[in-house]
Design a protein around this ligand. Structure first.
Ligand code: GRG
Length: 297
């Protein structure tokens, strides 16, 4: 299959996810109007939708129903959008640009941005708990547990806490990896596993998929560090060069761009190896992995 075919798959799924997100977010005219307007501002009309696309790719591998997958995909994107809103706030990364537009607290205000993040997080779990996602209710409960664990203090929020503590420090590679697996990797891993749980996948296939998910989750972050160092604000739609300016330890500050790219390449290879037994059925996941490592933004 061609790149054009992958592009059509991405566009079709992005459109479906956008429309489902639009449908699950409260209308901006519904009180409290300002909060609902800000939630829609933070979620709609931007972002690559990498996590939902990964959920769809792994769900399709597991033969999942498209509607179930769309719900799971929306839930992971809502968590991601919440994390971006909070991350951009002055108490954290203090940034003014996200997805090519003013950050939520700049467009609205800090209190609203805080509530946007809180509400998006709750909405994600409401969605997972209220829509039929898996044939077995025990599996659906496991999906809720998985997303909660990936986004909590032992996952993304914990990784963010370590990130904030690390400013100005010189971390060793294993410490940097520990932080990034949590801050970025866990939500990507959860997206892929949630997709698979919408369909039918058991051990040992699930273990292979998990290996893929962990490798590509870390590769995503390595490339994110490279892009922060090499790309422009206009291309990224967020402030470039911020890691260095903020004196943050990154794969680039530790290894340099060339070695960081090599590391991403090794993780990419390891991710693809884990998919070997799925054959052509894992084409979309392979293409997503190629996109994550080869992306320019
Ligand atoms: C506030 C609990 C909490 C966590 C924040 C998301 C995050 C953790 C920090 C954002 C800072 C950052 C650059 C993280 C690295 C990877 C990442 C999440 C990049 C942004 O994700 P993309 O590239 O963004 O998928 P789009 O806009 O395309 O969705």
């Amino acid at each position: 299959m061609t790149n054009d075919d992958f592009r059509s798959w991405v566009h079709a799924h992005q459109a479906r996810i956008e429309s489902a997100l639009d449908g699950c977010l409260p209308r901006s005219g519904v009180p409290p109007e300002r909060l609902h307007g800000a939630m829609r501002y933070a979620v709609l009309g931007g972002g690559k939708r990498v996590r939902p696309l990964l959920a769809c790719a792994s769900g399709e591998l597991a033969g999942a129903d498209a509607l179930r997958l769309t719900h799971a995909a929306c839930a992971v994107e809502l968590i991601h959008a919440y994390s971006l809103v909070h991350d951009d706030m002055p108490a954290m990364d203090d940034d003014v640009l996200r997805r090519g537009k003013p950050t939520c607290h700049v467009e609205y205000d800090e209190a609203t941005a805080l509530l946007v993040g809180d509400s998006l997080q709750s909405l994600a779990f409401e969605l997972l708990a209220s829509k039929p996602l898996a044939r077995d209710p025990a599996v659906q409960l496991e999906m809720i547990r998985l997303l909660a664990s990936a986004s909590g203090s032992r996952g993304m929020a914990g990784g963010q806490a370590i990130d904030l503590e690390s400013v100005g420090k010189l971390l060793e590679l294993p410490e940097l990896e520990y932080m990034h697996i949590r801050k970025t990797g866990e939500l990507i891993r959860a997206s892929i596993l949630l997709g698979a749980h919408c369909g039918e996948m058991e051990e040992p296939a699930l273990e292979k998929l998990d290996h893929f998910a962990k490798s590509i989750g870390l590769a995503f972050q390595v490339i994110d560090d490279v892009l922060d160092a090499e790309s422009t604000t206009a291309t990224l739609g967020k402030t470039a060069g911020k890691d260095m300016k903020d004196n943050k330890p990154t794969y680039v500050s530790l290894l340099g761009v060339k070695e960081a790219r090599e590391m991403a390449g090794n993780l990419h290879e390891s991710a693809l190896d884990a998919l070997a037994e799925f054959g052509v059925r894992a084409l979309r996941l392979r293409q997503m992995a190629d996109f994550i490592v080869g992306r320019q933004f």
